[in-house]
Design a protein around this ligand. Sequence first.
Ligand code: NAD
Length: 299
Amino acid sequence: MEKIAFFGLGNMGGPMAANLVKAGYRVAAFDLNSTALEQARRDGCTPCDSSVQAVDGAGIVISMLPSGEAVKGLYLGEEGLLQRLPANTLVIDCSTISAEDARLVAEAARERGLRAIDAPVSGGTAAAQAGSMCFMCGGEEAVIDAARAPLQAMGVKIFHAGAAGAGQVAKICNNLLLAIHMTGTAEALQLGVDKGLDPKVLSEIMTASSGNNWSLANYNPYPGAMENVPAANGYAGGFSVALMLKDLGLAMDAAATSASSTPMGALAKNLYQLHGASAENQPLDFSSIQNMFRRPAGG
Ligand code: NAD
């Protein structure tokens, strides 16, 4: 089976690489974090000491990195991977970054005779583990078709949003809405609890009613309302407040360049900024925004 070089083995990339191994791919993995590399070894990947070692003999390169700076650092410039990959190598960046950065990488790849797409994902860490993620792709149809087999090893839905960068536009629209319904869900749950309702019962009622949404039904932010979500585990793991703030920043930047009105997103970003102002909240899952609404004991 084909060899894949995989970069970024964090909350999402770790399980994604593990699913590629389960599908039969040989996965050479690289991360700056040695603990993540050790987990990748246990998952059946070959841990590598450098990005150059990882891409040796790989026909496909996949990245799942925290920022546009990390993605540009990996691929672009004199030392970047695009200078080293053989023509026709398939490059799939699954990180959430700006559409502009995604286009820069795609254009540099095209100039080098490589095939590249942006393919950011939705579904969270549970979907990354279950191999049930949704991919939002930007790039040429033929290249997206070539990427279907490895993407299907990690997810169930593959959308073609448009040309290079379009996957990123779809992703930031999705996460803008996610931040809005997560903060709204936390606000409504807290009102119910403050008025004496059981958050689990209130969640069941709203899930069966017109207030239903993904944050409420699949990723409930109120501790005790749902099992197997970050709220049931002290908000550890998942999708960090820091990463949500990054995505809301990308959404606000995008809105500024198209003169779009995003008042709900701006409010959600402000709430996450307040929440993230405490350094200890930054690595917590973004559903920890619930804590902003909770009254102190006896309050
Ligand atoms: P994370 O912080 O858990 O993991 C990122 C990993 O990348 C870390 O292990 C880090 O050491 C590694 N890394 C950083 N720079 C690197 C480099 N130059 N080379 C190799 N490794 C490098 O982040 P995550 O939650 O896995 O998110 C990754 C991306 O996926 C982000 O762009 C995020 O916005 C997006 N995303 C996350 C979720 C989620 O639920 N966590 C959902 C959808 C999309």
